[in-house]
Write a protein that binds this ligand. Structure first.
Ligand SMILES: Nc1nc2c(ncn2[C@@H]2O[C@H](COP(=O)(O)OP(=O)(O)O)[C@@H](O)[C@H]2O)c(=O)[nH]1
Ligand SMILES: [Mg+2]
Length: 642
């Protein structure tokens, strides 16, 4: 059994509802007001089984939409789930404004299949019918409904003329409709909510992907409410399961009608993620009344949902009618959308359809200003068009670099089931184009990049700290966690690989490049302490450095290295040539100067000698050092304390 959703489209009073009734026997105008006024206000539903092209039963669910321009937003809520459109044009009126607007919408949402139905054939003579047919064929040229690829059928719902031809045409076109993705997570965009005596809360919608079973738990997106499926109906009959492409009603436990509304979506709990930002490709209709300026606010419709949205154009100030561009869509409240979802834009005032397009990314990471965004989006579009699942997943993993993508994130970003993601990953791993460490996936080249980053970091560490034995593993990991972030799974794998390849080694918890990271032996540590102590206890009356070094156990070269380290860490400070002080001594000198300044801000060399308690030999280099440090300033023969 194949299930297909057939939607109507076309101007008001052109006979859409009458046609659905003539085909199915069901009056889709279900509201009392609709029956009284004789116009369709909201979506209507009907169904019909036909023998399919291959002998299988073809189950048709009809979505009848309102034609009135005031109810286009209701039409938009219904058009998202359809597989095949009946574009209805009355023979006595031919093409009218909502014929055009609805047809624009059908093209913008990327519909592929349909039939053009010229209704009310009984109301005109043969010649008029022929003229209308020519007009219609002209109107459809170059579109997905172009003849003879797509049929044009003339019917009268009144007399029944042409209805059999139309049914045959539907069967033929339905055979070309590609089945909906049943390996994707279930998504049921809600189009109706009501209570039914004995059942409680019921919602309906077109199941656009996956399957829904009785007793299953579902989540209401974007609200996050958990509900249980008490019962499933497909085309008005109880069923154990509803599958993608079927008109579906579910009876829910855990929610009252007030909790639910058109525009919300049912999906498996804890799987998908809502978003306030989308990257899209959008097209402005040639008939749009004006250019779309960057940051324009518009009405955004997708599936049964509508919201206001701001359009940020990538790399352009405005989009002219007929042009296509990449854009970042921002919505005020998080919504559930996935790559491949189509949308329609309508302007604020007057409210008319101006464009639409396709969601490329519902978890965008590019900044709109970054030059890299455009090629990345261009690539995303290509990959998307290829429909190659391996390429789609590889792209989604690759763009996260060394951060990688977890299985859970992959499910949320693609809308595929975990099993499906697992299958695609298995193929990609076998092809060596993807790696998986624990639950996280990385592009194949990331391991090499990660290894290079680790080696660089440890090498830089040795250069900076030649006398430290190695870099703490956690210190190394911490450093790797920043731009670009490296996931801990990749860090662990890359580090183990480097150790295995003997390019890095462990010394306890410390990581080092083999042969580097001089281990400070006991005598070196002892020497370091001796030097430090000698200068710390000397105050400003420092010994000569060479004298201190001569008294050490270590050789001259290593002693010099230790001094370099002490100078770099500013434990010792070189004031001039051979003259080195401990930082505590200089700090104390500064404090004495500050205290002196309270009495007088001027001092000469003699006064300084007294203050510091040093001879002239030390006083002059110290004063010059203080001048350089902007603690004092030379004024003639005296100093001013700053
Ligand atoms: N003569 C004639 N009238 C029709 C035919 N189909 C619909 N109508 C009439 O056209 C009017 C509008 O039809 P309806 O189905 O409500 O149009 P909709 O607004 O497109 O749904 C109604 O009065 C119908 O009776 C037809 O095939 N022949
Ligand atoms: Mg109608």
């Amino acid at each position: 059994m194949k299930s297909i959703i057939v939607g109507t489209a076309g101007h008001i009073d052109h006979g859409k509802t009458a046609l659905v009734k003539a085909l199915t026997g069901i009056d889709a105008d279900r509201l009392e007001e609709e029956k009284r006024r004789g116009i369709t206000i909201d979506l209507g539903f009907a169904h019909l089984d036909l023998p399919g092209a291959d002998g299988e039963v073809l189950r048709l669910g009809f979505v009848d939409v309102p034609g009135h321009e005031r109810f286009v937003r209701n039409m938009l809520a219904g058009v998202g789930g359809i597989d095949l459109v009946l574009l209805v044009i009355a023979a006595d009126e031919s093409i009218k404004p909502q014929t055009r607007e609805h047809f624009d919408i059908l093209q913008l949402i990327g519909l592929k299949r349909g039939i053009t139905v010229i209704t009310k054939s009984d109301a005109v003579d043969r010649d008029t019918l022929d003229v209308v047919r020519l007009e219609v064929e002209d109107f459809l040229r170059g579109t997905f409904l172009e003849t003879p690829k797509s049929p044009v059928v003339a019917v009268s719902s009144l007399t029944g003329a042409g209805l059999e031809d139309l049914k045959q045409a539907i069967v033929a076109v339905a055979a070309q409709v590609e089945p909906r993705n049943s390996q994707a997570l279930a998504r049921l965009p809600i189009d109706r909510v009501f209570t039914m005596k004995g059942f409680g809360t019921v919602v309906t919608g077109t199941l656009i992907s996956g399957a829904i079973r009785r007793e299953e738990e579902l989540e209401v997106f974007p609200q996050g409410l958990r509900v249980r499926v008490r019962g499933v109906q497909v085309h008005g009959q109880s069923a154990d399961v509803a599958v993608a492409g079927q008109r579906t009603a579910v009876n829910l436990a855990g929610a009252s009608p007030e909790d639910l509304a058109r525009g919300m979506t049912l999906a498996p709990p804890g799987t998908l993620a809502t978003t306030r930002r989308l990257d899209v490709q959008l097209r402005l209709l040639p008939s749009a009344p004006r250019s779309l300026k960057n940051r324009t606010r518009v009405h955004f419709h997708s599936n049964t949902m509508e919201t206001v949205a701001e359009i940020g154009l990538y790399g352009a100030k405005e989009l002219r009618p007929g042009e296509t561009a990449f854009a970042r869509v921002s919505v005020p409240e998080a919504q559930l959308l996935l790559p491949g979802d189509r949308f329609i834009l309508r302007q604020f005032s007057p409210v008319v359809t101006i464009g639409g397009g396709v969601v490329l990314d519902a978890a965008p990471i590019f900044s709109r200003r970054r030059a890299a965004s455009l090629p990345a989006l261009e690539q995303m579009l290509d990959v998307f068009a290829s429909q190659h699942e391996g390429m789609i997943l590889t792209m989604r993993v690759t763009r996260h670099g060394m951060r990688g993508l977890s299985m859970e994130e992959a499910v949320a970003e693609t809308g595929w089931t975990r099993e499906k993601v697992g299958m695609v990953v298995a193929v990609l791993k076998a092809e060596c184009s993807l790696m998986q460490f624990q639950d996280r996936m990385f592009a194949e080249h990331e391991l090499k990049l990660a290894q290079a980053s680790l080696l660089d970091a440890v090498t830089a560490f040795h250069k900076k700290d030649p006398l430290r034995p190695g870099m703490g593993k956690s210190e190394l990991q911490e450093e790797m966690a920043h731009a670009p972030a490296m996931a801990s799974e990749l860090f662990d794998t890359a580090l183990s690989a480097l150790v295995r390849e003997k390019r890095l080694e462990f010394a306890g918890e410390l990581v080092r490049v083999p042969g580097q990271g001089a281990v400070m032996k006991d005598e070196e540590a002892e020497s370091k302490k001796k030097i430090e102590d000698a200068f710390a206890s000397a105050g400003l009356k420092v010994p000569a450095l060479s004298e201190v070094l001569a008294g050490l156990k270590v050789d001259k070269g290593r002693a010099q290295k230790i001094v370099t380290l002490l100078l770099r860490d500013r434990i010792l400070i070189k004031v001039s040539g051979e003259l080195v002080f401990h930082r505590s001594a200089l700090e104390e000198l500064r404090q004495r100067l500050t205290a002196y300044k309270a009495k007088s801000s001027k001092m000469d060399v003699t006064q300084f000698k007294d203050l510091a308690g040093v001879s002239r030999k030390y006083a002059i280099p110290l004063l010059e050092y203080l001048d350089r440090e902007r603690v004092t300033r030379r004024v003639g023969d005296a100093r001013e304390i700053l």
